[in-house]
Ligand binder design. Structure first.
Ligand code: UDX
Length: 483
């Protein structure tokens, strides 16, 4: 098929490159000259493993191209995908990019050679495709729905594994205005082997929000449990979680062994969820509920827990150092998660801000975030290009992403750079790492107090082999400032 894609962000570019590798002819439309040049040279404007290889393959085969001209691209194509951003704007998502894309596509519909289906891939609240997008397409084209097709086809791509997620989808959800539209979108995905669900437009729109809301519920549950463990001397959230995971309803048996589904990776305590999707989508669903007269106390609580979490990690640092004023803190991780350079709604940035407002001098390092991305986000004053320079003379380090570089680092060597080797582990990534004897390690979700990380937690339930744990009173006494 011949496909036009409007929008070359994560969704548009990954979709375009992957569809081209499946044999379709894809033209991505982009107005920015800088992005046109980059993408045309096979470079992705953001970090996404595997994407540049696909782009170069597609460009070389001629199946993928990027252009500033929508009209000729659309004229010959069967399908147009709208993959523009719907960022948060106050309470509501900003639909201006979506409206512009729909207007431009609508304007070209009469010139299309054959029946043409418009597919919304952008995340939009229920009713947007049927009402707003369809109405704009009709008024810009002078055609009626039926003379062109309409579909809503949400994406479920995770940054850092977006190419794999697209190539090996769990499911493909096809919201259709009518079965002719759905048939054409299903044909687009003929080469993908997974369940394809044909649903209504509103169901497709809701599925995307429901999926992200479920993930956010699991994360906030884990973080709330971590806070409860932190207030419970002797409790460790990792142990409680290991016990939970072994419920057969979460880890069923397959071939005589326990299967640990990937969803369990969202039942892990951390510093709160961030990124361009989860925070925005949970909020949009709450606002949608409000507009429909439906209370969403559970989603409200998910957001409240998430908002609290970064400050709780800063509290840990403050307690560990007996105050943050004039303290040098190395923030290890800037992006919203490991494996990406995306700083949007990153909880690490909330931690950076809170540390600064409590008087700390912060320097930050993230193996995935280059100086350019940091500079664009106004982080020049904080940014360091190596672990060593971030840790130099630091009174403490706060780990905010689960980057393998932090886990695999030689902490015996690195600790020597620090003024005091205090490690606050916001992601519990250093739990199984050999740390120098001098290190004071504070994992999240443990009692209220420091407790050695060098406790074997793997294999599951290895707690029987643990060394005797200090009593809460001993731990309290070990806290700086305690007397
Ligand atoms: C998410 C969805 O997973 C994806 O299906 C959707 O299409 C887009 O939004 P992404 O934004 O890439 O993808 O992030 P994801 O990997 O899901 O992580 C979201 C946030 O939750 C990150 O900040 C991550 O660090 C955090 N997280 C995740 C936790 O804090 N704890 C966990 O246990 C899991």
């Amino acid at each position: 098929m011949i496909v036009t894609i409007v929008g070359t962000g994560y969704v548009g570019l990954v979709t375009g490159a992957c569809l081209a590798s499946h044999g379709h002819t894809v033209r991505c439309v982009e107005v920015s000259e800088e992005r046109l040049r980059l993408i045309g040279a096979g470079k992705a404007p953001f970090y996404e493993p595997g994407l540049e290889d696909l782009l170069r393959e597609g460009l070389a085969s001629g199946r993928f191209s990027v252009t500033a001209d929508l009209a000729p691209a659309m004229k010959a194509s069967d399908v147009s995908l709208i993959a523009v951003g719907t960022p948060a704007k106050g309470e509501d998502p900003d639909l201006s990019y979506l409206e512009t894309a729909a207007r431009q596509i609508g304007g070209e519909l009469p010139a299309c050679a054959g029946y043409h289906v418009v597919v919304v891939k952008s995340t939009v609240v229920p009713g947007t495709t049927r009402n707003l997008v369809c109405q704009i397409l009709e008024s810009a084209s002078g055609l009626k729905l039926g003379e062109f097709g309409l579909s809503m086809n949400p994406e479920f791509l995770r940054e850092g594994s977006a190419v794999r997620d697209f190539m090996e989808p769990d499911r493909i959800v096809i919201g259709q205005a009518d079965s002719r539209s759905g048939d054409i979108v299903e044909a687009l995905y003929a080469g993908f082997h997974c369940e394809k669900l044909r649903v209504g437009l509103e169901e497709a729109e809701l599925t995307k929000y429901a999926s992200n809301a479920l993930l956010s519920v699991l994360i906030s549950f884990s973080n709330e449990l971590a806070s409860l463990c932190e207030a419970t001397p002797g409790a460790d959230v990792e142990t409680v979680m290991q016990c939970l995971y072994l419920d057969r309803r979460l880890s069923p048996e397959g071939d005589g062994a326990r299967v640990h589904p990937e969803i369990l990776s969202y039942l892990r305590a951390g510093i709160g969820f961030g990124g361009s999707c989860l925070p925005k989508d949970v909020n949009a669903l709450r606002v949608y509920g409000k507009r429909c007269g439906v209370a969403t106390p559970m989603l409200d609580a998910v957001v409240a827990t998430n908002t609290l979490r970064p400050a709780q990690v800063v509290d840990m640092a403050e307690a560990a150092l007996g105050g943050l004023s004039e303290k040098n803190i190395a923030l290890l991780g800037l992006a919203f998660k490991a494996g990406t350079d995306d700083l949007r709604s990153s909880p690490a940035l909330s931690i950076l801000q809170a540390l600064g407002s409590r008087g700390a001098r912060v320097r930050a390092y993230d193996p995935c975030v280059g100086p350019e991305a940091a500079g664009k986000a106004g982080l020049n004053g904080f940014y360091r290009e190596s672990l060593e320079s971030a840790l130099s003379d630091a009174d403490a380090a706060v780990v905010t992403t689960a980057d393998p570089a932090f886990r695999d680092a030689d902490w015996a060597r690195l600790a020597a750079y620090m003024r005091t080797p205090v490690l606050i582990d916001g992601r519990n990534v250093l739990r199984h790492v050999r740390l120098p004897e001098t290190a004071r390690y504070y994992p999240i979700g443990v009692g209220q107090t420091p407790w050695s990380a060098r406790v074997p937690l793997d294999p599951l339930l290895a707690h029987r082999d643990r060394p005797a744990r200090p009593s809460a009173a001993e731990e309290f006494a070990a806290l700086p400032g305690a007397n």
